[in-house]
Design a protein. Structure first.
Length: 241
């Protein structure tokens, strides 16, 4: 059973998503919240596998709520998928940096919403391909030398914390190659083909990147690849299409 928490300040959106997911076999909506503070509290109480998180809410917004959930060691198995009205919502990039596993548009087709929940619950990457890359490229380009919209931490695009920079320096040349390919949206199979590796070896390299960089999923690796300069906007634009 996949457990889901719904977070949105619009009652109609909450009701619609709740009805859709509750009607699916194998999915259980265990909590519903209308603001960030309640979302965090309910996540800690119910420990859902998936949190569908609105960003723009009164009080504690979805960006900070996402950061608190992903930073909580008690919720290490919880994945946050942010909900937005616009594909390039300025806060979505910040949510990805805060640890979200991806994003969905609120006008998503019902079947795609259900599929997204199942994909993320299975531990797969929801946004490693084209859409995540396009969003990250847009904000790295728009904010080069400045502060990334919605980042909330004052760091400019292309900059890294000292800890993240040290972690990158500890990567082997091969691991840096793999990180760049992940950043361009390639799957493990595609990485294996490009680097002439076995799929198992490629998967092992990606697993090491998770461990060394403290990343929860591929979405965070994509962000790191761009912020470190290993991938630049427009690089590998056909990957994942």
């Amino acid at each position: 059973m996949i457990t889901v928490e719904l977070v949105d300040d619009q009652a109609l959106v909450r009701a619609g998503f709740h009805a859709l997911l509750a009607a699916e076999d194998g999915i259980d909506v265990v909590a519903v919240a209308a603001d960030g503070d309640t979302a965090v509290a309910l996540a800690r109480r119910h420990r859902p596998q998936i949190v569908l998180m609105d960003i723009r809410m009164p009080g504690l917004d979805g960006l900070e709520a996402t950061a608190r959930i992903t930073a909580d060691p008690e919720l290490s198995d919880t994945r946050v998928v942010v909900l937005t009205t616009f594909e390039l919502d300025e806060y979505v990039f910040g949510a990805l940096r805060a640890g979200a596993s991806g994003f969905l548009l609120k006008d998503v087709e019902p079947a795609d919403l259900v599929s997204a929940v199942r994909v993320v619950a299975a531990g797969e990457a929801l946004l490693a391909p084209r859409l995540t890359r396009r969003l990250i490229e847009a904000f790295v380009t728009a904010t080069a030398g400045g502060t990334a919209p919605g980042s909330g931490d004052g760091r400019g695009a292309g900059s890294l914390t000292a800890a993240a920079r040290e972690a990158l320096e500890r990567l082997t040349p091969r691991e840096r190659e793999v990180l760049a390919l992940v950043g361009r949206g390639h799957s493990n199979i595609e990485i294996a083909d490009r680097l002439v590796l076995s799929p198992l070896t490629a998967k092992t390299h990606v697993a090491r990147l998770f461990a060394k960089l403290g990343a929860r999923d591929r979405a965070q690796l994509v962000v790191t690849a761009y912020e470190s300069g290993l991938v630049v906007p427009g690089d590998g634009a056909t990957a994942g299409r």
